[in-house]
Each structure stands twice: as structure tokens, then as C-alpha cells.
Ligand binder design. Sequence first.
Ligand code: MSP
Length: 555
Amino acid sequence: MFDRFLPGAARWSVQSPMRPYYITTPIYYVNDRPHIGHCYTTLIADAAARMQRLIRGGDGTVFFLTGTDEHAEKVVTAAAEHGATAMEWADLNAGRFREAFAEINCSHDDFIRTTEHRHKSRVLGYMRELLGTGDVYMGDYQGWFDPSQEEYVTEHAARKAEFKSPVTGKPLEKRTEKNYFFRLSKYGDRLREHIEAHGSFILPEARRNEVLGRIRQGLQDVPISRAITDESDAVQTWGIRMPGDDTHRIYVWIDALFNYLSAVDTDERRELWPATVHVIAKDILWFHAVVWPCMLMALERELPAMVYSHSYWVAEGRKMSKSLGNFIDLPLLRGYMERYSLDAVRWYLITRGPLGVTDADFSHANFVEVYNADLANTVGNSINRVGNMIGKYCDGCVPDPKGATELEGHDWPSIALGHVERMTASADGFDLVSALRSGTDLVTVVDGYINQTEPFRLAKKLDEDPANRDRLNAILYHCAEALRIASLLLWPAMPQKMEEVWSRWKCVPPRGVPLRELAAWGGAHSLTPGQRIEKGSPLFMRADADDPPPTPIGD
Ligand code: MSP
């Protein structure tokens, strides 16, 4: 893997070039099939991973992990409802997650399942280490268990939610057990100091403040095991046993968090730790921003650089739920992909999703509006328009700017560089929407330039003045070269469509070259004057706002 790591290739990047970029998603429960929420988190991690590969110039500097969390009690109960064993059910649904992520063109480097030997064997090792720290003890636990989320909720939260799950609304269960506990309370001060000293350890800011507020109220020790009282109980026996004590199994959450380490605990991957960013949603912030870092402190491992916690998708203004039957599921997304293209779906989800602290609404009307505004009328229109003009006025060959880089007050090399720098800084700060806006904004600059310079008018006046030919060539070259650079910036969200542009315009970027070099104006990777290019069909056809939502495809 690391023979492709190119030290020094991206020395200008905000991230140290010597540190690999290791990005993870939550590992998803396999009691059910994937829906928009799971696809969204994996998609934004995909966009971030692609941005870093682009910026750094090479795959080996980036490692993107996703996978499935399989030892949950609800996997056993869902399996039983379907007449399957837990393992059969986990296999089936893990396969569905894999397929879903392939369908949306996610570029993960690994997919980990917690039932795999590589994970289970390493978890035993981590647990032995933890037992050896003196931070684990046997205690009594009584509390309100939320079976739908596989976690205990505090007395306060249980009361507030009228003893129903604050997430799913299903009834809570009062449970008492003897469990192994991890001394979370011991690490509260150290964690608080760490969060205070590292402004981007928890993002967005509001989530960071939430966590700090709760830490200040004091941390309680957390159970890390579940008792096994009946060896014939399929629920109790599903999971990894505590090392040295067969009467307990490791709590699924602890088992699951270890995936981030276990996946890279090999000779070739060990230098990936600590992770650069764990991408999650607000529902599992506490485990990632508090429990996990404290466990890592106990194990004397380095902490991840960032936990990024996004918000939730809701559907047509309402929370998605099984009972309402309004889940935006994969078949519906497939319907959108077929009608508007996969990259249009990726664009909508990535740029209009709940990346910040507010929930985002998936609505058909909004989808069509965004599709038309950003893709059909901006990116697609500009690329088609410039390609057509080159076809018509320059015999289909990239015109020669004859060294001109500045015209009508547009200093193109610095305009392009400004957008590239904004993309880089935004990507490093996990502001993915701003990173992608650098691409659409550059397209908008090109549109304004076309309106200002009117190359279509100039083309009619070529006989009037021989200088008009040079001017027309320079304008169209600037437009095309700026769009080539914009296509690089948009590629992390729309890889297929942008690769289509590169193949039409004969500017496929070579592997292993960092963005800054690829995007250098008039540099080695620029459009070549005289090169014949293909026009091709419109990248995004305008959509009719009155069309009803597409019908779901498949199951
Ligand atoms: N298995 C645990 C995570 C363990 S990680 C060590 C789990 N799994 S889950 O299947 O419930 O997935 C939760 C995650 O799915 C959320 O954190 C989020 O990433 C994604 N989403 C689920 N529903 C969502 C929305 N409605 N909207 C956006 N993302 C949400 O928790």
C-alpha cells in the first residue's frame, strides 16, 4: 500500500504531507438494509477521501474505511423474525451494504465486518490490554436499556423521553446486571483539556460545546460487558467473549469502536493510526467523542485528530421512520440515479445534506431545483457551451491563447489558483460544501466572462479585424482551461461526469500528481492547443419541475 505513498508530493498542503489521511465512517448495524442516512455518511467520507487523494496526488496517502457492526442484539432478533441465524442475516445485510456503497461509487479501501477473524482476534488483544491497565472493574449496573439503540440511557434522559427510546420511540427496559466497567470518570479532566486545546477535535463547533458541557457535569464509568446467564440463548451468546471470563461478552459498542484500530493493526497499515477523521452523525457522538478517546488514553494510544458529527436527513419535512414508511431507501435513490444520473444524486446529497448542525430535508421539489440550478444550468451548461463554441469557431480543436493569460480584467492564473487554494483549505477543515463550491464558483466566473466578452459575437466579426481571431482564441482557451480546473475541483462529488469531460477534452490527469500541479494554469497538464476535442451530448439535461418523483427500482 505505502509503495504508492509519495513523501513530499503535497508539501504545501495544510495537512502534514508525511501524515497519511485515514478517514472512517461508522460501521453500520446489519439488522436491516441500508438507507439514505448510511449512504450519506459514507458518501461524504468518500468525497473527503477523494479530495485528499486529489490534493495529495496519489492513493497511498489516503485510507478510507467503512464496514458493518454485527454483534448487536437486534441482529439476532431480526434474524429470528426472518427464520435465519444471526450469521446468515449478518451475511445478507453486510452484502447489501457493500452493494449499496458500490452502487453509489464509494472508493473505500477496506470494508470491515466485526464478525471477521481479523477483528475479533485483535479485539481480544485490546481487551486484555485494557484489563491490564487497572481501569476495568466488576460492578453492578442498573439502568434503562434502549434495545433499539443497544445502549443504556441516563435516568434523566429516560424520564424526559417518558421511558421510550429518545431516538426510535420504542419502550426502554429496566435492566440490572453485573458487568465489567471501564473507569471513564478517571479521564474526564484529561479529555476536557484535550478538547479545549484542540479546536477541531470535535466538529462542528456546536457539537464540541455540547460535549464539553456534558463532560463538565462529570463522567460516569461505563459498562463494557454483558453477562451471559443462559448458554442456550441466541441473543446472549452472540458476540465476543471477555478474555478470561466466559460468562461475559464484550459490549457491542466497545467491540464496534475497536474496528477503527483493528482494521489498521497490520504491519503495512500501522502507521495510519491515529485516524485523521471519524465521520459520524449526532446520534453516536458520545461514544466517539468521549468513550472512545478515553479508552484510547487508557490504552496509551494516540487520539484521532477529528470527530466530525453531522445531523440527520428527514424526508419531505418529517422524521424518517419505519412506522411512517417514509424512509428514503436505496430503491428510491436508484430511481433518482436512473433518471438524473448517479452523480446528480451524489451532488444533491453531498451539497444539500445535513453536514452542519441542522437536519436536512430530502424533498423531490428541492432535488429538481438543485439539479437544474447547479448541474443543468451551471456546470453542464457551461461545459457544453464552451465545447460547442470550440467546435463551431475553432474546428473542434483547443485554440491557442498565444501566451495571453489576462483579458478584460481577468487574471486567470490567479483566479484559478485562488479557487484551488480555497478547495484545499476547506477540504482540510472538513468544510466539504465550501470545497465543492470552489468548483461551481469557478464555473460561474467563466459564465460571467462569456457574457462580458461575448465570443459568439466576436466570431461573427472575424473578417473585420484579424486581431479578432486571436482574441476569440484566447477567450475560448481561458474558458476551457478554467473549466478543466473546475472539473478537477468538482470531481470528488461527481467522478463519473468529470471523468467524462476529461475524456472528451483529452485531459485525463495522470495519477500521482498533486492538485496544485494538475491545476497549474498553462502547465504540463493543461489543455493542449491544437488538440482535437469531442463535443459529446449534454452532461445534464434540464429537468422538468412538474415530473413526479421517480418510481423505486429493485428492492
Ligand atoms: N453500529 C453503530 C455505530 C458503531 S461505530 C463504531 C450504529 N449503526 S447505525 O447503523 O445505526 O448507523 C448510525 C449512523 O448512520 C449515523 O451515525 C449516521 O452516520 C447514519 N445515519 C443513520 N440515519 C441517519 C439519518 N437519518 N441521516 C443521516 N445519517 C444518519 O449506530
